[in-house]
Design a protein around this ligand. Structure first.
Ligand code: FAD
Ligand code: DLZ
Ligand code: SF4
Length: 517
């Protein structure tokens, strides 16, 4: 009985459910580099290099363990370019009795796998992805009978279930959540830790050349590539973060600083999402740092919440609500994505910084994604699908199961409140409070209207005015709507006109420049 075990590009874990009962004498592992995956969105060049290089290293390590790997390289002469046709070809080559695969991270790929049995004539077994703390079924059970699916409630169950940061049945330190302590602005003289980056080895350099040759017109640069592409390097990156970043992670989690895109963040999502690190070992390493008193509880709880809470929760939301979720547009937003998301050419310094680090590193941290690029798309009324495809393309850690709920649910409120209790809409004052961007911006964050006024200011109020029918009843927005009601109608009209003029001018400029992807 020989089994063909399919390992997808983000399933690079030796403990993968599709590999647990592998028989090295009889079985074959199939790995496929296919152009369909490298181009279904115009991925940042670093993301393609990361995935392909990590796949090649993983295949080498399987070889070293005596496993037979049928590896299809992107430039192989007969490569058909699609998962399904490559699986058909591999079945013809290897003549297996069965196919085994771990459930994929994207709906799109799941629908492909559903066709494999009929197309190949070989039985296909799809196994749960037990690298996550919660299976899809566990999340679905949690949603039963609940009107709202708040992350915090799910997170508490996960803490209990996985005994992380617990003292018996009580949360460590007596509180479940220390978020209130985690919103400090970075002091001007704060010393940021140097970050452990990894120089490309021969395999990565080979993939870089391939990517420049085949995808040279894709977004972003390769010069700063420093992501770990093996488990060994990913473990070094984890140790480095625990030793030098974690202690301050909590305090400065929301802080932004020009020229310092990483602040105290972990930079671990690319490795975790590929499978090089397990979320369990990352959370345990953080807990151990707290137990050994090398990091305070507000930092460790804040960090564990991102992984045990948010990461698991967004995956649950994705699989519970797909495929309809992808078309969510509760706020009826229709604008095209401004071209500066691809070029970084804007006078708005906060956006220039966030998009610049995205281009250089295929990374920006959560608050830059949520409160700068996401907030602008929300306030400008960019069509959810446009901004969603952008996030999926530009970040090294982006896969639909995690990116889509973060974008549609958190950043642009396209799901109408399934995830967030209110839109994360903010004026320039928030960005000014949490960063040093505004001090040297062409716009003035203190001015509310006029040619020098920070666009986030009038866009924020125009957004609330336009969305009044949908949002005014939200108790968490009672205060700004009370403010708006007190304004004379002419003031509201003037704000709307100014916001429209700004956005129309942006659109007109984009039409002239013709930048598209
Ligand atoms: P840290 O801030 O140090 O956090 C530690 C870990 O927690 C991360 O490595 C990640 O595994 C997890 N985490 C933190 N926040 C989230 C979250 N909201 N959802 C899921 N996991 C989280 N994350 C992705 O992994 N892939 C994406 O495609 C992605 N797209 C996003 C799009 C938008 C619009 C927003 C607002 C957020 C998105 N995130 C995404 C979540 C978050 O921004 C990244 O996980 C984080 O910035 C990764 O950097 P880090 O490893 O330094 O994380
Ligand atoms: C992201 C990506 C890229 C760029 N290329 C490949 C590839 O050539 N082969 C592969 O197996 N996986 C790739 N991936 C990751 C897949 O897109 C990912 O496995 C699916 O989106 C399912 O989550
Ligand atoms: Fe961004 Fe406005 Fe600050 Fe400029 S002034 S950096 S546009 S928030």
């Amino acid at each position: 009985m020989s089994v063909l075990r399919v390992v997808l590009g983000d399933q690079l874990s030796f403990e993968l459910s599709a590999l647990v009962d592998l028989d090295a004498k009889r079985d074959v592992v199939l790995m496929m580099e296919v152009v369909e995956e490298t181009t279904y969105v115009p991925h940042h060049k670093q993301k393609i290099v990361l995935v392909l290089s990590a796949m090649r290293h993983f295949a080498d390590q399987l070889h070293q363990r005596g496993v037979r790997v049928d590896y299809v390289q992107l430039d192989a002469p007969d490569n058909s370019g699609h998962f399904t046709t490559e699986v058909q070809r591999a079945v013809a080559r290897n003549r297996p009795d069965r196919l085994v695969v771990t459930e994929p991270g994207e709906w799109r790929v799941q629908t492909m796998i559903e066709g494999w049995q009929v197309l190949t004539g070989v039985p296909v077994e799809v196994r749960a992805d037990d690298r996550f703390f919660a299976t899809r079924a566990r999340f679905a059970a949690w949603t039963q009978g609940r009107q709202t699916w708040r992350m915090e409630h799910f997170y508490r169950e996960m803490r209990r279930e996985h005994a992380l940061l617990m003292e018996g049945d009580r949360p460590a330190g007596g509180q479940w959540n220390y978020d209130a302590a985690n919103r400090k602005r970075l002091p001007a003289r704060a010393v940021l830790p140097p970050r452990r980056r990894f120089a490309p080895d021969a395999t990565t350099r080979e993939v870089m050349a391939l990517v420049e040759r085949r995808f040279g017109d894709h977004f972003g640069g390769l010069e700063q590539f420093g992501w770990p592409v093996t488990r060994a390097d990913a473990l070094i990156a984890l140790d480095d973060f625990i030793a030098h970043g974690l202690a301050n992670f909590g305090d400065y989690q929301d802080a932004m600083k020009a020229g310092a895109p990483f602040v105290f963040h972990a930079l671990l999502s690319p490795a975790i999402n590929l499978g090089l690190l397990s979320p369990r070992e990352v959370c345990r390493a953080a807990q151990a740092a707290w137990l050994s008193k090398s990091a305070p509880l507000n930092a460790v709880e804040g960090f564990v919440r991102q992984i045990l809470g948010w990461r698991e929760y967004v995956r649950g939301v994705y699989w519970s609500l797909m495929p309809d979720y992808a078309d969510s547009n509760a706020l009826q937003a229709t604008r095209k994505l401004p071209a500066f998301y691809w070029t970084g050419e804007t006078e708005m310094r906060c956006l220039r910084e966030a998009i610049g680090s995205t281009a250089r590193h295929a990374y920006s941290h959560h608050i830059q994604r949520l409160m700068v690029t996401g907030n602008f798309a929300l306030l400008a009324g960019v069509a959810p699908r446009e901004i969603e495809r952008w996030y999926l393309a530009v970040y090294a850690d982006a896969y639909e199961w995690v990116e889509m709920p973060n974008t549609l649910g958190m950043a642009v409120f396209a799901d109408g409140g399934q995830m967030a209790s209110k839109p994360y809409a903010a004026s320039g004052a928030y960005i000014d409070r949490m960063s040093d961007f505004c001090a040297r911006c062409a716009y003035d964050v203190k001015q509310k209207t006029g040619p020098k006024a920070c666009p986030f200011n009038y866009l924020y109020w125009a957004f609330l005015i336009r969305q009044k029918d949908r949002l005014a009843d939200n108790p968490r927005l009672a205060m700004p709507y009370r403010t708006l009601t007190a304004w004379p109608p002419e003031r509201r009209q003037a704000i709307l006109a100014e916001a429209d003029a700004f956005l129309d001018q942006l659109e007109a400029k984009d039409k002239l420049s013709g930048v598209t992807y």
